[in-house]
Write a protein that binds this ligand. Structure first.
Ligand code: GLC
Length: 798
């Protein structure tokens, strides 16, 4: 079933059927003022922190018909009939109610046509601002004069903290009151408490501009009346917002205006929400003049589209194009900017950045905005402990050089992380490497950055410490120890357990570090790294290899996880993909282990994490047994891992297979089967239920997931084959043999590359020749100094 389509031209996803299986979300603003909105206008906003800065309320895990949101009720004052601009919550019959939602880059436009009235609300946060705007237009298409009322509704939280607002009612419902003056409702919180800066309390506002409020209501219960819900507020039904103010209870920003429209006539107005008292509200509202919303929306579009334009493709697969050019790219920015802070699933209680997640998120925007990526990379390097490990959770208040660490009880208590995770700092290697290769900024290696708790080192020094950290925690078999966990939070091999995934990561780290050392002319470190790499490779081979697969781990007690004869979990995905993508396994061996994956783990909806799921074997090693089989880490299709598999198949030269896997992972490819996948067809989720679940194909945990970045890298580096290097760039695609070609437009260190790949031999991989601006080059690297400052025409013949 299909609920919408991709408008590639406008970079929008257009929802034409509003009864989507789940609320399909979009992100507005930035964490300075963040807003999440569904295609039915449900959602919430926060200021600075999803955990502590909630402005308007949302109830998690609620029925989709009972969600607070940004509602606009329209009432025909002659007949008394009313509806909402978004289909929900009034939910008029879809035979007569026409709805469209356009989710775009940091804006959402919802429109309706009902009873001869066209209405449209553009929701957005102006660029760089800390308030939100609902820009509303009405048009009378009925051919006769109409008298309407429009009610704007939003529901303030009583406390910025989601948890406190929800559960600490004996306190939170007695600290708030609302006040109305000149088109503005202000909610005062703790208004008699003195702040450090001499002000008192805190204040939020809802303001109307471009129209006059004829009535208001600041109290939730008064707005709805007894035993009503979002779909049928009594004040709307009666046609008058009533004038109640909130004093204790729950404050809302309901404002009513009356509109008389002749046949064909239009009217415009805006509703705004933000932090501050009447003055702040008036200043924001006063700035609203005709044309302003169009300007602000145009600004937003050009801000985002300029970034997305830096890497665009045109391949034979429209779904891939939609992802690379807009949605996967935009999702990479969202995960980069928002981390795991706020969605309809993440309640915002994690007040910091997960180390491994964030370092991986950075990779997803490298080809689009390396200047943004490096800022966050510096920040994350400054959250590396001087012993080389990463802080499992980097607080939003991180103060480099002064932090406590997992070695301190205080850190363990405040973050809940008992120990270092073995993989965190190892993610730095591919991320630093990608940054320097994208930008050519090799001076970055020499930049001095503090450690989390004390001391400082160059970036090169930070990387070396990360390796030393792993080697300070080696087991007697010469393998890095499991510590709290590796990438898989649920697999607890024990402090002294061993993980093949982790070992491949360390192998890769040594490979990348050795290459950097060679570049820097540091022969001692180069020999050190490559020497360790050789020994590690031997240990990996003798300890983890079992003929057609690498096992996943060996627990502290010597139990082999992922071993062929085991009753459960006897074949795992990540060790095979990582063996290949790191270059550890190549040639026939690479193909053989990837074939094991194809035979054992491939399902109709992607490749599962392992097989069979855990049903008997249990805690404490396999914590995933807590999940139903086929779900999340218990043999679900864990979406992030699909990106690594795509990379691995591409590395092995099998473009058809790489694309087959990509196509299963691509949300857009499920657009016509949305009733199965349920999640937004324009966003990756954390996982898909595998064939071990009765609901195979159902997706979960939308938007904030490492999937965005790993799948993007699988595409850009793996399938499309774009490989920047210090001295230039290579284009070495790995595609389905029946693709006759494709084009890429890329901004590379300030120069434009117009790349056309021509697959004249119908091959999956292998470049025969390259032509740059009319001159033939050998296949391989296109030297940067051969690129001209204008647009470069590059033809790549396969
Ligand atoms: C979640 C976590 C991530 C972890 C993964 C596998 O996605 O955010 O850190 O690697 O699960 O357990």
């Amino acid at each position: 079933m299909k609920y919408g389509y991709f408008d590639q031209e406008r970079r929008e996803y257009v929802i034409t059927r509003p009864d989507t299986p789940e609320p399909w979300a979009n992100y507005l603003g930035s964490p300075e003022y963040g807003a999440i909105i569904s295609n039915n206008a449900a959602g919430y906003s926060f200021i600075r922190s999803g955990a502590d800065g909630r402005l308007i309320r949302y109830r998690f895990n609620e029925l989709n018909t009972n969600l607070p949101g940004r509602y606009i009720y329209i009432r025909d004052d002659e007949t008394g009939e009313y509806w909402t601009n978004s289909w929900q919550p009034a939910a008029k019959p879809l035979e007569t109610f026409h709805s469209e939602c356009r989710h775009g880059t940091a804006y959402t436009v919802i429109s309706a046509e009902y009873a001869g009235i066209y209405s449209k609300a553009a929701y957005y946060v102006p660029l760089g601002k800390t308030h939100e705007v609902w820009d509303v237009r009405l048009r009378n298409n009925s051919g006769r004069p109409r008298k309407l009322s429009v009610f704007f509704y939003s529901e303030f939280t009583n406390l910025g903290s989601y948890e406190q607002d929800t559960v600490n009612l004996q306190y939170s419902t007695f600290i708030s009151r609302s006040e109305y003056k000149d088109n503005v409702i202000v909610q005062h919180l703790n208004e008699n408490t003195q702040n450090g800066d001499g002000t008192k309390g805190s204040h939020r506002f809802a303001a109307l501009a471009g129209a006059d409020a004829c009535a208001h209501c600041g109290d939730r219960e008064a707005f709805f009346g007894p035993y009503r819900n979002y779909g049928n507020p009594l004040t709307v039904e009666n046609g008058g917002a009533g004038g109640a103010d909130c004093y204790n209870g729950n404050a809302v920003g309901a404002l009513q205006t009356k509109v008389t429209l002749g046949a064909g006539e239009e009217s415009a107005m805006a509703y705004m929400l933000g932090e501050g008292n009447f003055d702040a509200a008036s200043a924001v509202a006063a700035a609203y003049v005709s044309g302003r919303a169009e300007r602000e929306l145009a600004e937003l579009k050009s801000y985002w589209h300029e970034k997305l334009d830096r890497f665009t493709v045109n391949t034979p697969d429209e779904n891939l194009n939609a992802s690379v050019n807009t949605w996967n790219a935009y999702q990479c920015f969202i995960t980069f900017i928002w981390s795991r802070a706020a969605s309809f699933i993440y309640c915002g209680l994690r007040n910091g950045y997960g180390y491994r997640d964030t370092i991986q998120d950075i990779q997803g925007i490298m080809h689009l905005a390396p200047e943004m990526a490096v800022e966050r990379l510096r920040f994350m390097l400054s959250a590396q402990v001087s012993s080389g490990g990463g802080l499992p959770l980097v607080k939003f208040t991180h103060n480099a050089g002064h932090e406590d660490t997992p070695d301190d009880a205080s850190y363990r208590e405040t973050t809940g992380h008992p120990h270092y995770r073995s993989d965190d700092a190892l993610w730095l290697f591919p991320t630093v490497d990608k940054y320097v290769r994208e930008t050519g900024d090799t001076a970055f290696y020499d930049e001095v950055i503090p450690f989390a708790e004390k001391g400082e080192a160059t970036v090169y020094g930070h990387l070396k410490r990360a390796i030393e950290f792993s080697f300070a925690h080696m087991t007697e078999h010469g393998l890095p120890a499991g510590l709290e966990a590796d990438w898989n939070d649920c697999l607890r091999m024990g402090e002294k357990g061993e993980s093949s995934f982790l070992s491949f990561q360390l192998y890769y780290a040594l490979e990348l570090f050795g290459a950097i050392a060679a570049f820097k002319g540091d022969a001692g470190s180069e020999a050190w790294a490559f020497g360790l790499k050789g020994k590690l490779a031997e240990a990996i081979e003798s300890y983890f290899f079992e003929g057609d697969r690498y096992i996943r781990a060996v627990t502290e007690d010597g139990l082999r996880i992922g071993s062929r004869g085991a009753e459960e979990a006897n074949i795992w995905l990540n060790p095979q993909s990582w063996a290949v993508l790191t270059g550890y396994a190549s040639g026939e061996k690479a193909k053989a282990i990837l074939d094991t994956v194809y035979q054992r783990l491939n399902t109709a909806y992607g490749v599962k994490l392992f097989d069979p799921p855990f049903r008997k074997f249990g805690m404490p090693v396999a914590r995933m047994i807590l999940f139903n089989p086929g779900t999340k880490e218990n043999a679900g299709v864990f979406s992030q891992t699909q990106g690594w598999l795509i990379q691995a198949e591409a590395k092995a030269g099998r473009g058809g297979r790489a694309f087959e896997y990509y196509n299963k992972a691509n949300p857009a490819a499920m657009n016509g089967r949305a009733e199965i996948r349920r999640l937004e067809p324009y966003a990756h989720g954390q996982f898909i239920e595998s064939d071990d679940s009765p609901y195979a194909g159902r997706g979960h945990v939308h938007w904030l997931t490492g999937t965005a970045s790993t799948v993007m890298i699988g595409l850009v580096e793996g399938i499309l084959g774009v490989h920047p290097a210090y001295e230039g760039i290579a284009v070495e695609p790995c595609i389905p043999a029946d693709w006759t070609g494709f084009t890429i437009r890329k901004l590379f260190r300030g120069r434009w590359l117009d790349i056309e790949v021509i697959n004249e031999s119908g091959t999956e991989k292998g470049v025969k020749r390259v032509v740059l601006n009319g001159s033939a080059l050998a296949p391989g690297l296109i030297p940067f100094d051969r690129l001209s400052e204008g647009v470069n025409e590059i033809k790549v013949y396969m």
